[in-house]
Design a protein around this ligand. Structure first.
Ligand code: G2I
Length: 476
């Protein structure tokens, strides 16, 4: 699934601990957010239908506003990376639990379920496992010991374990992981048996991506689940990851959930995100809202579908921009923790009938102008300043300014904006203290960049998807 986009993690800004965002999460008034007091609570709406709504989290970010939203809105937490083999047992027999412990403690303190992710997976495997020269019995021992230790440590505290993750290739045959190559088809049954022995109360899941609709891969998974059930292997559920693309929710999603349910297992949507080509526009965000609603409705329609987990609740904590060049905006909250239309799509699918208000950002913009100035330039670097003016009549409540570099420049460090670059596409989003631009008002942010060959200004800018005039934004 890995794309080619460049990583700009050093540029990623979180807004943890910023008081405005914390207030937002607590439901109080924040400039630029219209409907806080009436905002729905997904975990309550979901509970009324007997399903769960969860999120993956980054354990190290569980403080401030990020923690507030994760705790208030969701009833299930999945550690995004902290329970993976490479995180917990990087060296054979040397277990490191602090990251995973912190996530489990967080969830328990808020009455949330925990999805354990994941016990046996070909990726994020420590090299001593992936590159060891194993006999079958040697690797089987290592695998079952790992399961026994990890599932045993959290015995009674994990609601669902993703016991085996991503075991299939796209054609529905087995992925040739080190486990498959060394142990053969039986490793999956062995892993489930070991997990059941280690934590009898946890629901044990087989989890994969691109298995949401009826297709060759989900057929392979279906056949395996059927045969595991027939052999009495302790499997309780199937996880459909659902890393989807805007406008492309598989029409057969509900039918596929139903056919797994009919085998006598639970089904969960375990890693939902719905990505788009950046910049986000109102039209794409509206389609994304419909898509999040459609996935939620498909789960509600099948009684054995136990819930949905989003793979990161905020665009500031999503794997998508790092893995798919030029894509992002895949989650229900924007980078400043404002609920997006997608959030209201989920709520409406769960029966909420309130008014989302004019709209937490990125909201409509009825006029904008941008002034872009390189202030300083040296051999390979430069400093630029960008002023964005609201030339319309309505306030801008939450903003994202997008542009494309004409000659291969890149952003290296930003101030007064949260900037991400993927390929040549740049997105600069407000930080909590400059989210609102009154009519006639402006905001200014700056950044350092790298260039070589040429350093021409971008040809155009779009504010929340709307093209802006250029060259006229400076305060008069
Ligand atoms: O790839 C998306 C998901 C597909 N299904 C299984 C999930 O476990 C997987 O999650 C992602 C995490 O969201 C990413 O955060 O798995 C990726 C690795 O395959 C995670 O990315 C890794 C980066 O590749 C590392 O460079 C980074 O050190 O995250 C690590 C921790 O931030």
């Amino acid at each position: 699934m890995r794309g080619t986009s460049m990583k700009l993690q050093s540029l990623r800004r979180t807004v943890l601990g910023i008081s405005a965002a914390a207030l937002l999460a607590a439901g109080a008034a924040v400039p630029g957010h219209a409907a806080e007091a009436a905002d729905p609570v997904l975990r309550d709406l979901a509970a009324a239908h007997g399903i769960s709504y969860g999120t993956a989290v980054t354990g190290a970010k569980l403080t401030g506003a990020y923690a507030d939203v994760a705790g208030a809105q969701f009833d299930s937490i999945t550690p995004g990376n902290e329970m993976k083999w490479g995180s917990v047992e990087p060296v054979r027999g040397d277990f490191r639990w602090s990251g995973a412990d912190a996530v489990v403690d967080f969830a328990e303190a808020r009455g949330q379920k925990v999805r354990g992710h994941t016990l046996v997976w070909h990726s994020q495997l420590p090299s001593w496992v992936e590159n060891g020269s194993w006999t079958a019995s040697g690797l089987r021992t290592v695998m079952t010991e790992h399961i026994k230790t990890a599932a045993g440590r959290y015995k009674g505290r994990i609601d669902h374990w993703d016991v085996v993750n991503e075991a299939f290739d796209e054609d529905g045959t087995r992925r040739q992981s080190v486990f498959q190559r060394t142990l053969g088809d039986g490793y999956i049954a062995d892993a489930f048996r070991a997990a059941r022995a280690a934590d009898p109360a946890a629901k044990l899941y087989l989890n994969d991506y691109n298995v949401e609709g009826l297709n060759a891969k989900s057929d392979g998974m279906y056949e395996l689940v059927r045969s595991l059930k027939a052999q009495g292997v302790p499997i309780d559920g199937v996880g459909l990851q659902a890393h989807l693309i805007v406008g492309q929710v598989p029409p057969s999603l509900q039918a596929n959930i139903q056919r797994f349910a009919d085998l006598g297992v639970d089904v969960a949507v375990t890693e939902l995100d719905i990505r788009m080509q950046l910049p986000a526009t109102e039209a794409k965000l509206a389609q994304q809202k419909a898509d999040y609603a459609a996935v939620t409705r498909a789960c509600l329609a099948v009684s054995r579908c136990v819930g949905v987990t989003v793979w990161g609740f905020t665009d500031s904590d999503s794997w998508i921009p790092d893995f798919f060049e030029g894509q992002g905006a895949a989650t229900p909250y924007d980078e400043g923790f404002r609920p997006k239309p997608a959030f209201y799509g989920i709520a409406e699918a769960l029966g909420w009938t309130g008014d989302p208000g004019p709209g937490p950002g990125p909201g409509p913009v009825d006029g904008c102008a941008v002034a872009y100035a390189v202030q300083n330039q040296w051999s390979a670097g430069f400093t630029a300043q960008v002023t964005v003016r609201n030339t319309g009549t309505a306030p801008v409540n939450g903003w994202q300014l997008a542009w494309t570099w004409p000659s291969g420049q890149s952003v290296t460090q930003a101030w007064n904006a949260a900037m991400n670059q993927s390929g040549a596409s740049v997105a600069a989003a407000n930080v909590p203290y400059n989210a609102s631009i009154a009519p006639g008002g402006s905001v200014t942010f700056g950044f350092n960049g790298a260039w070589s060959g040429g350093n021409a200004a971008p040809a155009g800018f779009a504010l929340n998807g709307r093209p802006c005039a250029t060259g006229t934004a400076q305060a008069g």
